[in-house]
Ligand binder design. Structure first.
Ligand SMILES: [Fe+2]
Length: 148
């Protein structure tokens, strides 16, 4: 790249930054290698505000019966995460015993950071939920399901 081009791009980026048009996006959220390792609550009983806004909350019925579909509702997070263009949840995905079970892509403004999956289990299982924040990266939570 020529020096003239580099200078032009620098000036454009500087002007946009000064005008507040550049949005900070951490490398891990945009990396071509994926969002990086998932984060979770370091101490679930004493979460920081960042953790409360990002660790997915997983709700299931008290009783789950073998072979009968039941809802798995996921909310991001305990303190509802923003859904504005500059800061939002891009997707929520569910894995059952490590296998992909579903993924919902979300649009800022129109979608709330909450989805419900309906799944059927033949045995007790571990649910793993991940969500991607465009600014704060990948977050996850897990929940064990015992059949009645
Ligand atoms: Fe966030």
């Amino acid at each position: 790249m020529s020096k003239k081009m580099e200078r032009r791009e620098f000036l454009l980026a500087s002007t946009m930054a000064a005008a507040g048009l550049l949005i900070y996006t951490p490398k891990k959220a945009l990396s071509s290698d994926g969002p990086g390792p998932a984060q979770t609550a370091k101490d679930p009983a004493n979460m920081s505000l960042l953790e409360k806004k990002h660790v997915p909350v997983i709700e299931i019925p008290e009783r789950v019966t073998k072979g009968v579909a039941f809802p798995v509702t996921v909310t991001v997070g305990e303190v509802i995460h923003p859904m504005v263009p500059e800061h939002h949840i891009e997707y929520i995905e569910l894995m059952v015993n490590g296998k992909e079970a579903g993924k919902v892509l979300l649009q800022p403004v129109v979608n709330a950071p909450k989805v419900t999956f309906f799944i059927t289990l033949e045995d007790s299982a571990t649910l793993q939920v991940r969500e991607l924040c465009n600014l704060h990266g990948l977050w996850e939570n897990t929940k064990k399901v015992s059949l009645s």
